[in-house]
Design a binder for this molecule. Structure first.
Ligand code: PAF
Length: 281
């Protein structure tokens, strides 16, 4: 596997990699990322991974500075996973000037849930993903469903800008106790790590309570109860909610759940660490 850092090196390397698939990451790779690479390899096309910790998607008080940078280890893992090319741009390659032109996603999708807790986050994500697509020009790109809202926004961006890239979403990879793999799990203390599967358990509980014909009031009461339970276990929940899968809108009055596929989504802080997870129902 070749590793390139500059746009000139990237463009030269891409000449030999037609119909490529891109796996965009921020590094500090785990089995979830390697599953994305494995999915990309199933397409029988060259696989390019990118590693870039994107300043634009972090608020000033968030963990941009302490986000783990583990490039050498990541490069070894990617090579072993059969990746053909690693693009690991420096900040000056990705943002040679301040990025004043941005992709602004539809607020109806980007200002709710994680976007409400992290204002500007999805603008930063959409902007860097658009830029990575322009730089790498992949025919396919693979993203994890753990970042459910991110995946939806990227799909919409690709549709609305008619980008020639097929987006593939891959199911979340979990640890044996159900915790969704995430680079941020590494911030947890051993005690918090033992507690962390409670988030997934809360999503399962909520999914199990879904009435046959839900009303908005009944769902809000269930969501509030799930948040109270997590809070009593020491979490600070941002949201636990049941939404429509296609646009993350709230379920309408008297809507049978089999009419629109739903997803249960949650985000909560355990100590200083914010975890997210979801469950399609
Ligand atoms: O999901 C991530 O790791 C990041 O949000 C992404 C898509 C690589 C953009 O920085």
């Amino acid at each position: 596997m070749q590793t390139v850092h500059t746009l000139a090196e990237l463009r030269t390397a891409l000449r030999d990699l037609p119909d490529r698939a891109l796996v965009p990451t921020m590094g500090n790779l785990h089995a979830g990322h390697l599953a994305l690479v494995a999915r990309a390899r199933e397409l029988r096309v060259p696989v390019v991974a990118s590693i870039f910790v994107n300043r634009l998607q972090f608020a000033p008080h968030e963990d941009f500075d302490r986000y783990p940078r583990t490039l050498q280890r990541d490069a070894r893992l990617l090579a072993d996973a059969g990746c053909d090319l690693l693009f690991a741009p420096h900040e000056a390659t990705m943002y040679p000037q301040p990025q004043t032109f941005r992709v602004q996603p539809d607020p109806a999708l980007a200002d709710i849930l994680d976007g409400a807790s992290r204002p500007g986050h999805f603008e930063g994500v959409a902007t860097v993903v658009m830029k990575l697509f322009q730089m790498v020009q992949p025919a396919h790109a693979v993203f994890g469903k753990k970042d459910y809202q991110q995946l939806l926004i990227i799909r919409r961006m690709v549709d609305q800008f008619a980008l020639p890239v097929a987006i593939i979403g891959l199911d979340t990879v979990r640890d044996t106790d159900g915790l969704a793999l995430s680079s941020r799990n590494g911030y947890l203390t051993p005690k918090q790590r033992a507690q962390a599967p409670q988030l997934q358990a809360a999503l399962h509980w909520l999914a199990g309570q879904l009435p046959a014909v839900p009303t908005p009031a009944a769902l809000q009461a269930l969501e509030a109860q799930a948040m109270r339970t997590l809070a009593a276990q020491g979490w600070a929940p941002d949201y636990l909610t049941i939404r429509r899968r296609n646009d993350l809108s709230a379920v309408g009055s008297g809507e049978a759940p089999n009419r629109a596929p739903l997803v249960v989504l949650g985000a909560a802080r355990l100590g200083g660490t914010r975890l997210i997870d979801n469950l399609e129902v």
